[in-house]
Design a protein around this ligand. Sequence first.
Ligand code: CO
Length: 209
Amino acid sequence: MNQVEQLLLANKSWAQEKKMFDPSYFERLAKVQTPDFLWIGCSDSRVPANEITGTNPGEIFVHRNVANLVVHTDLNLLTVLSYAVEVLKVKHIIVCGHYGCGGVQAALGKTHYGLINKWLRNIKDIYRLHQEEIEALPSLLDKTNRLVELNVAEQILNLAKTSIIQKAWKEREYPVLHGWVYGLDNGLLKKIVTMDYTSQLEDIYKYDF
Ligand code: CO
């Protein structure tokens, strides 16, 4: 049996198992989607949102890209954000990075990756803001891991700069923005930063509604 057939077979037994424990499981899920959380995570295959948070299908709306970036010209991200905030009215947005992130490590180097360079440039810009602190660290892994934390904090700020978030904060005092980092070696999530409607944002980024 080839690898892809294996996936389909595993799916069949998963669906059967779910139904065995809860006969109405899929009918219930198919009817409505009301997640309280939007997850913006890294595409890394080792950081599955539902599994590491002990949540089920239906509980987290998910967007993932390389190095969990919030880029304000990214139509894909903005569409997910807009739908999650304005239609689903999520209460919390989690930006989750992970230690040892290959995207962040690549941004610290000079290897030419073609198109990927443009995406990783966003992380180089964050490095520039914290160069002194990062360069004082002893190893490439330490530098990468600190930049992973700083990256998550910057992405939370990028969310706060959007009119989508500012409008929601004004109208309903939600969502709360959470920056976390996941440890691949211990399976634990670490809180890095939180922002909510009371947080101070530099004046130049504020919009009038
Ligand atoms: Co990663």
